[in-house]
Design a protein around this ligand. Structure first.
Ligand code: SF4
Length: 359
């Protein structure tokens, strides 16, 4: 069964593999960047980001030597910014500790920031041909169906069983192709909702197909609903420029710039919250004016609605009390500052309105 499974997958992959810009380029750095970008993100979204990234930082040394702000600006829109910060930090560590060569074995790869078991296995197998297993969402689905795994795939018991299967099934040769075949099969044939079993190369081995329980595999325990918070943010004007604050590096969206503000406290109204937050974060007094927009956004563990207000600076030279840095920024220069999705929407709106006024 083991070799039959890998043989069928490999011959299917030969004929059906997706053409992707990071494939078959023989560059471990490119494999690493693509695998980090692909976490939680669709292939079609990643392709243009990957191409821009490789133009800006063609080698690991280029990335290590780049300023973090440039790295974050290039990543902008992909979300989960810790991935970009970790790529940058890890590239610097590879330069310092491994003479610029990305390590070849999974345990050493896993010692680098942002590289977990899956990414280490992908780099080691795809770039270096090592016999290392992988397990992402696509692979979990394929293995849980073919081997009818009834343990929950998003709990430790199920994950451990699936990692074991992924390890036991590895062929002795062409491991990189085999792992990529598993990923491609999950992405294109054994899809979550309507797997095209009639075109599947491992249909004859698939227990879920035989039992017709594909929709019940993998078993997933439902997650609790995400908590929601109201957040305020101020477009604070002074002499035709607006105040931006840089988020502390260790916090969510660390290193990115934003229109300052923060989360409401129980019973607090939005303008009071904004005035308090600006006082605590930047030691300034502001007058809160009209609401501009309310934008919803979801992170991994919570959801927010950000309420933006037009504001005027009243007094107090800004001080970075609860932020990494601050600047008064002309609207034309907002595009130079890396920002999260929600703040970028407002920054673009402000720049567009200015352009309209001028034309
Ligand atoms: Fe997935 Fe269907 Fe193939 Fe089984 S036969 S692996 S359920 S596509």
């Amino acid at each position: 069964m083991t070799s039959e499974f890998s043989e069928k997958l490999l011959s299917w992959y030969d004929q059906n593999k997706r053409t992707l810009p990071w494939r078959d380029v023989g560059d471990a750095y490119a494999v690493w960047v693509s695998e980090i970008m692909l976490q939680q993100t669709r292939v079609e979204t990643v392709i243009p980001y990957f191409q821009r990234w490789m133009t800006a930082f063609p080698t690991l040394a280029d990335l290590a030597n780049a300023p973090l702000e440039q790295v974050l600006r290039l990543w902008e829109g992909l979300g989960y910014y810790a991935r970009a910060r970790n790529l940058h930090k890890a590239a610097q560590q590879v330069q310092a500790k491994f003479a610029g060569q990305l390590p070849t074995d999974p345990p050493t790869l896993q010692s680098l920031p942002g590289i977990g078991r899956y990414t280490a296995g992908a780099i080691a197998s795809i770039a270096y041909g090592q016999k290392a297993p992988i397990l992402d969402g696509n692979v979990k689905r394929v293995l849980a169906r073919v081997f009818n795994v009834g343990l929950p795939a998003n709990r430790p018991s199920g994950t451990a069983a699936l990692w074991q299967l992924s390890t036991d099934l590895l062929p002795d040769a062409a491991v990189g192709d085999y792992n990529q075949a598993l990923m491609d099969l999950g992405a294109t044939v054994c899809t979550p909702q309507n797997p095209t079993c009639l075109l599947c190369p491992v249909q004859s081995l698939c227990q879920a197909y035989r039992l017709q329980n594909q929709k019940e595999r993998p078993v997933m325990i439902e997650k609790a609903p995400l908590p929601h918070y109201d957040v305020t943010a101020g477009i604070i004007w002074k002499d035709g420029r607006v105040l931006l604050a840089q988020r502390p590096p260790e916090k969510l969206l660390g290193g990115l710039w934003e229109f300052p503000g923060g989360k409401t406290e129980p019973g607090e109204n939005l303008p009071d919250c904004l005035q308090r937050e600006i006082r605590e974060e930047l030691a300034c007094e502001i007058a809160v004016g009209t609401p501009i927009a309310s934008i919803k956004h979801a992170f991994t563990h919570f959801r927010i609605t950000v309420h933006f207000f037009d504001c005027q600076w009243v007094s107090g030279e800004p001080q970075a009390l609860d932020c990494a840095d601050w600047r008064w920024v002309a609207l034309d220069a907002l595009a130079d500052y890396p920002m999260g999705k929600v703040d970028r929407i407002i920054a673009k709106q402000l720049a567009a309105e200015k352009l309209k006024r001028e034309t």
